[in-house]
Design a protein around this ligand. Structure first.
Ligand code: NAD
Length: 275
């Protein structure tokens, strides 16, 4: 019979990779993090959270005019190195080149956060087929390309962490907006992270996903008031979230505090899917 203690027949790891201080385990000093969609609402706040913990940031943007300004502000506020890269995540060659350039510029790569994403314009039958292609290409293919290119570096160094920003819409067909293509792409992201976690565990890599609910950013901010009222009434906490409310979960997943967490999805949705 195996014992859970440190006794003779212990199945415990005799030398677990654990810091005694949880605050030390949460630090990212000197580590390099890539974040896609890093100049967007959620991406910018995640960047600030990880920079506050000491991470240097490779901030990827697509069409932002303020990415350089935001990156300089983060560098000044937290004394870390930041650099921006213009990358279309639907192009694997661009993604691969930017991963390799990041490794050259920073000397290492520790974390990939595949966060870029766009909403569907309409329901599954009303969306144009080209819109399905576009949403899938950014939200699903783009996530895969990002974690794949980083994963190749991670596998070589036998360490590395990836996080995919999925959505509560990957768990439930949330209403009132109809957005089947988005929902399906995000569900794909959740299972992609789960599946890759099993493959990566063999050599020491970890990958998880985060499923936010209604977060106050450009994606949700432009919606009509009536739609927002309905969201809020369907959300047990009766409000949307400030994007800063996501910083903690990304810091946990990017850091050694989550050293035994892989293949998991973290729902941060004010209770929407629990309901
Ligand atoms: P946002 O629009 O502010 O940010 C999205 C980012 O993705 C932008 O910076 C945009 O430039 C980038 N992007 C779009 N197309 C791209 C492409 N082809 N290549 C590279 N980058 C591209 O919105 P956000 O709310 O910050 O969204 C961030 C992530 O969170 C997305 O994946 C989104 O689906 C997800 N999410 C958002 C909410 C919400 O309510 N805001 C809820 C659940 C999930």
């Amino acid at each position: 019979k195996m014992s859970a203690s440190n006794g003779k027949n212990s199945i415990r790891n005799p030398n677990p990779p654990v810091e005694d201080s949880v605050f030390k385990a949460l630090r990212l000093d000197g580590r390099t993090v890539i974040i896609t969609g890093g100049a967007g609402g959620i991406g910018y706040e995640i960047s600030r959270g990880l920079a506050e913990a000491g991470a240097n940031l490779s901030i990827w943007y697509h069409n932002s005019k303020v990415a350089d300004k935001l990156a300089s502000k983060i560098a000044a506020d937290f004394g870390v190195k930041t650099k921006t890269y213009k990358v279309d995540v639907t192009s694997y060659s661009e993604v691969e080149a930017a991963v390799n350039q990041t490794v050259k510029d920073f000397g290492r790569l520790d974390v990939m956060i595949a966060n870029a994403g766009v909403p569907s314009k309409a329901g599954g039958l009303d969306d144009k087929v080209e819109d399905w292609d576009r949403v899938r290409a950014i939200d699903f293919d783009g996530a895969y390309y990002s974690v794949r290119a980083a994963g190749l570096v991670f596998r070589q160094q036998k360490s590395g962490v990836a996080i995919i920003t999925a959505s509560m819409s990957g768990h439930a067909a949330n209403v009132p907006q109809e957005q089947s293509c988005y929902n399906a792409a995000k569900a794909g992201c959740i299972h992609l992270a789960k599946s890759l976690s099993v493959e990566w565990a063999k050599w020491g890599g970890r990958i998880n996903s985060v499923s936010p609910g209604y977060i106050d950013t450009a994606i949700s901010g432009d919606c009509p008031f009536e739609m927002k009222e309905e969201w809020f009434s369907l959300t047990p906490m009766k409000r949307d979230a400030d994007p800063r409310e996501l910083k903690g979960v990304y810091l946990y997943l990017a850091s050694d505090a989550s050293s035994y967490t892989t293949g998991a999805d973290f729902v941060v949705d004010g209770g929407y899917t629990a309901r």
